[in-house]
Design a binder for this molecule. Structure first.
Ligand code: ZN
Length: 73
């Protein structure tokens, strides 16, 4: 009997530093969010527009400027 493997596997977090991360021009200079004492880099991409379109970070939510998708923190 095989155990049912249900549930989503958590997305892998890109470890900071080296790595085969794809870069596409666009210097991600001010694309980070400071929440409490931790800094969040790499904005989440819009689930509707797909990777490439990052959500804008707000105080307690993220929004997509393209389709208007909103996600609460
Ligand atoms: Zn979008």
């Amino acid at each position: 009997m095989a155990a049912p493997n249900k549930g989503k596997t958590p997305a892998k977090k890109p470890a900071g530093g080296g790595g085969p991360a794809k870069k596409k021009g666009k210097p991600a200079s001010s694309r980070y969010e400071i929440s409490g004492n931790s800094i969040k880099r790499k904005n989440k991409s819009c689930p509707k527009c797909g990777a490439g379109t990052t959500l804008a970070n707000h105080k307690d939510r993220r929004t997509c400027g393209k389709c208007g998708y909103m996600e609460r923190n």
